[in-house]
Design a protein around this ligand. Structure first.
Ligand code: PMP
Ligand code: GLU
Length: 388
């Protein structure tokens, strides 16, 4: 007897998470693994945030909050949206969820009916298509081109629309490509989405990690009509090194926000109460810590770019944001899962196969790790590429 529900049985486990745990397990056995797997800052959560959560626990903040999260936190998020993104949201339009992954899933479940299509530009974050399928929706993957900076062009977007299209997912800065859409590019996407009545899920979790001249723009800030059909998602994991706290949030037009709140009230209820107090401190504290972490990521990005550019048989597009390199290894001619298995077994370097992001013959390296690891890891990767 098969007890597993069909849609869950068909899920592939998250490769981003499984590679990271494989690398951790090997390290525990004493193997000298250099891990580029985790999409997780290697910094500790800043101390003032930790202290705020400890204080909350000591003060007895151990009960349920409103299902959408503490009003004080939603007010702090609303203030952040206004200052950082020029977006006006009422606290009632905001829902705080158990990580931005949960925010994405809530948003998709709240909007997508079975059989409806969701446009996902590839390379994409590994969980989007699986979430859409869990909701009974149909992922429509749009291949983007390296020469366009891995960004979906307006033509590619238009050509992928059908009468069943309900949503498009925009992730800028993007995982795994590091691409950042410009204001002009977002304006064109917004215009098409508005014209066709397509909901935009804008995943802005890497907002604070943009480099060089690039600027992060929230697509919902580009006009009233696009605001009215956009769900903006952000969170604490990447900007504040708070991955384990499991805190993300959605901001949406009233009706969608109510639907998300309803859904959450029957599934998880509020995210962990004392963690929410840490999040208030994160938003209200000195934001220099965010800039300092970003600067450190940028140093690593530039170093890694110089190393990767010197390796025979691989190609990279300079990432403009987030903390990943998507490396094209096509000339080596080994499929990405096999490539990463060999890289791990021979060179003890952990990276994520591009197939997890809908990009065969690529490999993702996260540079959310120290320069010493990057240096040694690039030596080993270079040796591997030269042997193949
Ligand atoms: N969106 C993207 C693009 C991500 O890379 C991640 C990584 N975890 C998430 C959402 C989810 O973040 P969180 O840890 O807050 O669930
Ligand atoms: N988003 C990160 C990554 O892509 C963390 C793992 C996950 O949540 O998928 O590696």
């Amino acid at each position: 007897m098969d007890f597993i529900a069909k849609n869950v049985a068909e899920l592939a486990p998250s490769m981003t998470l499984s590679i990271t745990s494989q690398a951790k397990a090997l390290k525990k056995q004493g193997v000298d693994v250099l891990s580029f797997g985790a999409g997780e800052p290697d910094f500790n959560t800043p101390n003032f945030i930790v202290q705020a959560a400890i204080k909350a626990l000591n003060d007895g903040q151990t009960r349920y909050t409103e299902s959408a999260g503490l009003l004080e936190l939603r007010e702090a998020i609303a203030a952040k949206f206004l200052i950082d993104n020029g977006l006006q949201y009422e606290p009632s339009q905001i829902s705080v969820n158990c990580g931005a992954k949960h925010s994405c899933y809530n948003a998709i479940l709240a909007v997508v009916n079975p059989g409806e299509e969701v446009i996902i530009p590839a390379p994409y974050w590994t969980s989007y298509p699986e979430m859409v399928k869990l909701a009974g929706g149909v992922p429509v993957v749009v291949e983007t081109k390296a020469e366009n900076g891995w960004k979906m062009t307006p033509e590619e977007f238009e050509n992928s629309i059908s009468p069943m299209t309900k949503m498009v997912i925009i992730n800028s800065p993007g995982n795994p490509t590091g691409s950042v859409y410009t204001k002009e590019e977002l304006e064109k996407i917004a215009e098409i989405a508005v014209g066709e009545g397509i909901v935009i899920l804008s995943d802005e979790i890497y907002e604070k990690l943009v480099y060089g001249e690039n600027k992060h723009v929230s697509i919902a800030s580009l006009g009233r009509d696009v605001y009215d059909q956009t769900i903006t998602i952000n969170g604490f994991s990447k900007a504040y090194a708070m991955t384990g706290w499991r805190l993300g949030y959605t901001a949406a037009p009233k009706k969608i926000a109510e639907a998300i709140d309803n859904l959450q009230s029957h599934t998880t209820s509020n995210p962990t109460t004392f963690a929410q107090y840490g999040a208030i401190a994160a938003l209200q504290g000195d934001q220099q810590i965010v800039a300092d972490m970003r600067d450190e990521f940028d140093v690593r990005r530039q170093y890694m770019l110089s190393r990767l550019s010197g390796i025979k048989n691989v190609k990279v597009v300079e990432p403009q944001g987030a903390f990943y390199f998507l490396v094209n290894v096509e000339p080596i001619g080994i499929k990405s899962v096999n490539f990463c298995e060999k890289l791990l077994s021979k060179q003890k370097v952990a990276a994520v196969p591009g197939v997890a992001f809908g990009a065969e013959y690529t490999v993702r390296f996260s540079y959310a790790t120290g320069l010493d690891v990057i240096n040694a890891g690039m030596d080993r990767f270079e040796e591997f590429c030269h042997q193949h």
